[in-house]
Design a protein. Sequence first.
Length: 254
Amino acid sequence: MARTIQSLERAAAVLRLLAGGERRLGLSDIASAIGLAKATAHGLLRTLQQEGFVEQDPVSGRYQLGAELLRLGNSYLDVHELRARALVWTDDLARASGESAYLGVLHQRGVLIVHHVFRPDDSRQVLEVGAMRPLHSTALGKVLAAYDPVAHNEALEGDFAAITEQTVTDPAAFERDLERVRSRGWASETGETWEGVASIAAPIMDRRRMPVGAVGITGAEERVCPDGALSPRLIAAVRDCARAVSRDLGAGRF
């Protein structure tokens, strides 16, 4: 019989305990429940905390499951499946909006473009599938940071680099922006990543109403923001697309 790795077995026991018992447990409770010395249990918890699998309440000192488990829990939804579900809807979004449509997911502290539909005109365009975009300056990134705890943490741990003069570089201002995103259900950016370019994006949810990606459009400011304000028609088109893909993933109405 192949030998098992004891430290991994113990870490798994800690996670199962936190998943199946009370919402938060203290160090003594955890150590006692799985038959470990406090020092050993504390070492496991510290490692799990560093990896994002466990969080410690700063007031009580008790432990609970961390946000990184959300990422692993959603791993059943393969990116290719997400892209396949979104194909028709993003084609419709590009056609209805007259702008380029993008599908993005969280990856390595940024937004990975997993699908790109060209703007439906005769202009020369470059396929951007596989490109990485910042979390703090793009509409897609703001949506992910607003709804996904892991993306939120990764955005705040970033350097908030000033890409253009319009880029938000203050974490407090970024947090206020995310509050607006959550209250209205969509994100936007105007000239924060590319001068003269504006974007609108909305979240895609799975059957558990957890965020698995974001969909949006990008185009010249004069088209996306006629008369200096974001087009309500384009906002509605993006939100309708996000809802349609989410429904295909089992999210129901939201």
